[in-house]
Write a protein of this length. Sequence first.
Length: 497
Amino acid sequence: MNEDRRFIGFDIGAESGRCVVATLAGGRLSLEEVHRFATHSVVSGESLHWDILAIASEIIEGLTRAAKAFGPTCTGIGIDTWGVDYVLVDPAGRVLGYPYHYRDGRTDGIMAEAFAIVPKEELYRGTGIQFLQFNTVFQLLAEHRQGLDLLSVAGSMLMVPDYLNFVLSGRRAAEYSIASTTGLIDPRTRNWSWKLIDAFGFPRRIFPSIIEPGTSLGTILPAVAAKCGIHPGTPVIATAGHDTASAVASVPAGGGSDWAYLSSGTWSLMGIELSEPRLTDDALQYNFTNEGGIGRTICFLKNILGLWPIQECRRHWQAQGEEMSYARIASLAAAEGPARAWVDLDDPRFLKPGEMPAKIASFLGETGQSASDRPGFIIRVILESLAYSYRRTIRQLEHATGRSIRTLHAVGGGIQNELLMQCTADATGLPVVAGPVEGTIVGNIGVLAMGTGAVSTHEEWRTIVARSFGLKTYSPVGTEYYDKHEDRYRRVNTNRL
């Protein structure tokens, strides 16, 4: 790495996306955001969809702004997004309708129908993917059951980042990390499980060839390059398209296997890196997932609801005319003191949008706990419930893998909530090393750097990350509180520790 390199990365979440220009110089990484946008969704009838063409137009706008600010030349372009959702295109590449949003209700109850076709245990043994009703396999089954089955006319099913890469490069491919979220990948072969695809009756032709993270898709299409002012020879790289895999790639951990990671945002993803999938009875019982990582690794992790309930509470209060910045929310929760009340974040009511404070109060009432409508109390309940979820997950990770975890690395926007980080350290009894905040885009850029030869290894990249961003360590000081109330927490939760 003897010369400066510049990359353009897009990190698109379920609420917002952004375009970042990253410069790698002198063994350090710097980031500059050039475009931020809403992740466009639409309601059609009673269904919730993504406005994928509006999202694609934001990609074009981001590239245009990047070229104006930094010039037409860059080393590579990469896109990561959330998992599980897909775009159906016809053989000519035209979009077949608005793609469904994973929070749409069409998959309510669909898992029971899926298990009648392929038993739950067999499905897990074949894919190693955590059971969530919005997994792509269940969405495709719901699609297959609709009056107008678009699978019968589709030319390709492209996961969201794969579709956006197709818009830029013209190549249809399935990057492994995002494909692994479908629940239709065999993690041992790192290829589609044709056995499961056939069992569910999905047409084989719609599943593109699998490629590993860091694979070049070719250069940007000439028409797109001309529209954006980007050099026509610019490579489009299939980075770790799943935002979780990108976030894990940013973790500035040293060697050894005694650490776990927490990617904290709308969702919390907690787990460890493995060299092979783990498809044991314990992994199934604890509902861990074996998703694709970089360098042929497996992200062995659990999806936890994360900051979504707080985001929904904030949305509700602001709709009521209360000004609720995230800084004020954090301040009110800190001033509230211990909640001594908790919710089960796996309860399905908390997955759907709307009336989140009332849902919290309802759960507390149903379980005989004291409730209050004070925003500080409600947020404190959510934060402590999250911390208990992290405590449970760390224990399950240790039991399922035989590892002893001594450090938790936390990345992502959620680490800006210092109260959450301290609660996490206290509940788990582990030091929490927080940083970088920009974990997902940093990992995205890291895969671009490795894919283009700017960086040789993942270890080298993690050293660059540690050198480039400030890290803060939270030591456990209040573990006694979580020990003392653990039995009460167990009694009000359906998922036992």
